[in-house]
Structure formats: structure tokens, C-alpha cells
Design a protein around this ligand. Structure first.
Ligand code: SF4
Length: 328
């Protein structure tokens, strides 16, 4: 092997070792907001401090833990080394973990200082947040966090219906979601919101659409990340499906639910339904592209008359995911 090839191999090994050192604590995978998937991801927490939503198994076997400031600084140093090796210049940062905004404002500010110490080019710092993580912070704290670079937060809203949120044991109400968004609006912190199609099942589908649309129409998210409920193997929702307390929507019904939600929105926002859980990926701006997106969805709905083919397609699509057999 010549010297050049050996250098390349050594560099590759160093990159793998650094990634393992930084992200190994998350196991096989960890979840990041779709809007921030190309940011520098700084581990600060492991798992979610709540971890009780019926439909979620993202952190099933992991206990929530805040990393110490020493651990976080070691991660940032390693990320700096990783970025230098790749000759990357990065201005966008994400705090990794289920809901890092649960950390105290003081710790979040210390983390922002550390990021700037190693990455002076840092433009903003994003992270996942639950509505109650936001509501626990005062207006002054939110403004200070904004000044420190916290922006483009990602809130797991999921629904605007109290019945749906309550059934799925989200631990939050419609008003919590709405108030959290308004508090961010007041602090001038931009945010995207996750909305989950199918979360109310058949019984609450109409309510899920109308309450979610009416909630969103009162706020100013810059983007909606629209995903579809997946029955994951570790989710407690499986028990409710088995006992028939929760009746899942078919992919066809989910598509229609998404269409109705889009149709009911009258705010200015990016509709991003390109997440791989969705049957038909589509993204556009409301109001500019709303009619066009509705037309495209209607065309797909019309073309989905063959239920058997649709089921085959869905099974193929999910074969690599950890879903319960027969989940589609
Ligand atoms: S959905 Fe979000 S808030 Fe609920 S348990 Fe999962 S990570 Fe935590």
C-alpha cells in the first residue's frame, strides 16, 4: 500500500473513531429534526425527559440523562476535530437528544458559549423542545436564549386536539401547544412544528384535523413537518390497537386527512410532508403553493383505487423499519 492510500485509510479510521466517541452513547440511531438534519449535532442529553407518549419508541430502552458540561465540551472539541478533518465550515448547530430544551436556561447559555468558543462562525442553535420545556422558561429567559443564538426550535406538537393528545398520553394540552408557540413568537424565536397524521385514529380523525388546523392558524411556525403515525415495535400504542381501542387509518385515509389539514390552513408557512413515513411526499409554501399541492394530492387520491396494490406498496416501503408485523 502506498503512503497516500495509507493516509486516506488513517483519516477514515479517525473519522469513524471520532463519530463513535461523539454519538456512540445513542446506540444504533438517534432522531434529529428533519429541518436540521444537515447541522452540526452536539449531544447534550440522552433520551427524552418525558418518554411516556403512547406512539413513541424512539427512546424506549434509554433512561433520560443530562450530559455534564465536561462531557459536552469534550463532544464539541471532537466535533471541531471532525469538521477540521473534513474542511467543513458550519454555522448551524443542533443540540442532540429527545428534548434538550428541558435543560435549565443557565446550562443552555453555557452550552452556547462553549459552541462559540470552538466555532466562532456559529449562526444559530436549534433543538427539539416539548411545549412544557418552553413554558417553564420566563419571557426574559426566552429573549436571552434568543440573543445567545437559540433559534429554529422544533416542537413536537403532533395535534391541536385535547382528545387526541390525552389519548396518546402526550402530557400536554392544546393550550400548552398554543401558548408555547405564542411565547416563542413573542421572543422572536423561529420554530417548526411536527404534526402527526393518523394520531387520532378513525374515531378522532375529523377532530384531529379541525382542532390542529384551528390551533396552527393562531400561531406563526416557519415550517410544519408533517409525518404519519407508524406503529413501532416498542410503542405502547400496540396494546390499544390489539384491544381495538385505537383503530388505525389506512394509508388512503391518512392521505385524505393530510389533504384536509392542508386545506384548512390559512397561515403563511412551509408545508413539509417529505418525511419518509408519508405515503406521498410533498413540500411547498402556504399560501403560494397550496392549491397546487391540493391538486397533486387529489390526483394521488384518485389513483389509489386499487387497495391490494397499495398494501403491497406499503409493505415494501416499511420492510426495513422496526414496525409491528401487519402494521400497514
Ligand atoms: S414523542 Fe417526543 S415527547 Fe413523546 S416520548 Fe417520544 S421523544 Fe418524548
Amino acid at each position: 500500500m502506498n503512503v497516500l492510500n495509507q493516509d486516506i485509510l488513517n483519516k477514515k479510521k479517525l473519522l469513524i473513531d471520532l463519530r463513535q466517541e461523539i454519538y456512540g452513547r445513542y446506540g444504533f440511531y438517534y432522531y434529529v429534526p428533519m429541518a436540521e438534519s444537515f447541522t452540526v449535532q452536539v449531544p447534550v442529553t440522552v433520551s427524552c425527559s418525558y418518554n411516556k407518549c403512547l406512539y413513541c419508541d424512539l427512546n424506549a430502552n434509554k433512561k433520560f440523562r443530562e450530559l455534564s458540561l465536561d462531557e459536552i465540551e469534550a463532544n464539541i472539541k471532537n466535533l471541531k476535530a471532525l469538521n477540521d478533518l473534513r474542511n467543513n465550515r458550519n454555522a448551524r448547530f443542533l443540540l442532540a437528544g429527545g428534548n434538550p430544551f428541558v435543560l435549565s436556561s443557565q446550562k443552555l447559555l453555557q452550552i452556547a458559549d462553549m459552541i462559540r468558543k470552538y466555532f466562532s462562525e456559529c449562526d444559530y442553535i436549534s433543538c427539539f423542545a416539548r411545549a412544557d420545556d418552553i413554558l417553564r422558561k420566563s419571557d426574559d429567559e426566552l429573549k436571552i436564549l434568543k440573543d445567545a443564538g437559540y433559534d429554529r426550535l422544533c416542537i413536537g406538537l403532533e395535534s391541536g386536539s385535547d382528545k387526541v393528545l390525552n389519548f396518546q398520553q402526550k402530557g400536554l394540552t392544546r393550550i400548552d401547544n398554543l401558548n408555547a408557540m405564542r411565547r416563542l413568537d413573542d421572543a422572536n424565536i423561529k420554530y417548526s412544528g411536527y404534526i402527526m397524521l393518523g394520531l387520532g385514529g378513525r374515531d378522532l380523525s375529523r377532530e384531529h384535523v379541525s382542532e390542529t388546523a384551528s390551533m396552527l392558524n393562531l400561531a406563526r411556525p416557519f415550517e410544519l413537518t408533517v409525518v404519519t403515525l407508524v406503529l413501532f415495535k416498542g410503542a405502547r400504542l400496540i396494546e390499544k390497537v390489539k384491544s381495538h381501542e385505537f383503530k388505525r387509518l389506512s394509508p388512503y385515509e391518512t392521505l385524505k386527512e393530510g389533504r384536509d389539514l392542508l386545506n384548512n390552513l390559512n397561515i403563511s408557512v412551509v408545508w413539509n410532508a417529505t418525511h419518509k413515513t408519508n405515503l406521498f411526499p410533498i413540500k411547498g409554501k402556504i399560501p403560494e403553493h397550496k392549491d397546487l399541492m391540493l391538486k397533486r394530492i387529489d390526483e394521488v387520491i384518485e389513483s389509489l383505487s386499487d387497495a391490494d396494490n397499495l398494501k403491497q406498496y406499503e409493505l415494501k416501503r416499511w420492510q426495513n423499519w422496526g414496525v409491528e408485523p401487519g402494521a400497514v
